[in-house]
Design a protein around this ligand. Sequence first.
Ligand code: 3PY
Ligand code: MG
Length: 275
Amino acid sequence: MEAGAHMTEAVVGKLSKTLAGEAPVFSAWVGMNEAAVAEALAREAFDAVILDMQHGALDFAGASRAILAVALAGLPAVVRVPVGDFALASRLLDAGAAGIIAPMTNSRADAERLASFSKFPPVGERSWGPRAAMPLAGCDTHGYLASANGLIQAIAMIETAEALDALDDILAVEGVDGVFVGPADLSIALSRGAKWEPRGRAVLEAAGRVVARARAHGKYAGMFCYDGADAAGMAALGFKLCSVGSDGSFLRAAAAAELASARGRTAPGKVQKSY
Ligand code: 3PY
Ligand code: MG
């Protein structure tokens, strides 16, 4: 190390390592545009923190700060971008995101766009500029170019009937590392708008198929989960990457439990599953 240079913990590559291991990867889910919230959750023993720019309140500056705050606590951050916003995905990778989750990936073409903006040639066409990413990956320029495609996780969300039909095509795209089920949208799509039923039969049947097809392609499947018990159940079904709850749901659950305790009542159980 040169005099004056400071080492930063190489958090970016941690995610690809844990995903390659045997154990499920459990992530916090953050929608608040406040780096301290992401950092507070990263201080718990999660494997990663997912920052949500599709339905959460995070903007680019907030997500960039949250990525650094999460890294400070020693964890990789993954960002869910708004639908089709792949230019933003590249900027977030430059800012040190360890992975991108692309919602509503419905076709091979959608999956190819995700890979194209997330991976350098020859796999994709990611443009060079990893200003915060290099130190967070623990690499110099050459090391980053050589390793980034393997470190960065490009994750396609499966949450429509169209995506289920195109599942094998999406999984076959080089540069797509895994898929992630959005059970709320999937339940709405499969019931043609009649039901929000993320743990209904239609979603669970599709879930089994997603896990099996991902494995057949040598890739992994993830699932949006609502709480710890739900995440344990989905991990037992073979989902490798599971959210465990969101900043909002953690806050409300803890507040409800403590308030019940203060009033001498038993905890009200779960807050309503949402998101
Ligand atoms: C879904 O369930 O549709 C999601 O995208 C999770 O936030
Ligand atoms: Mg969704």
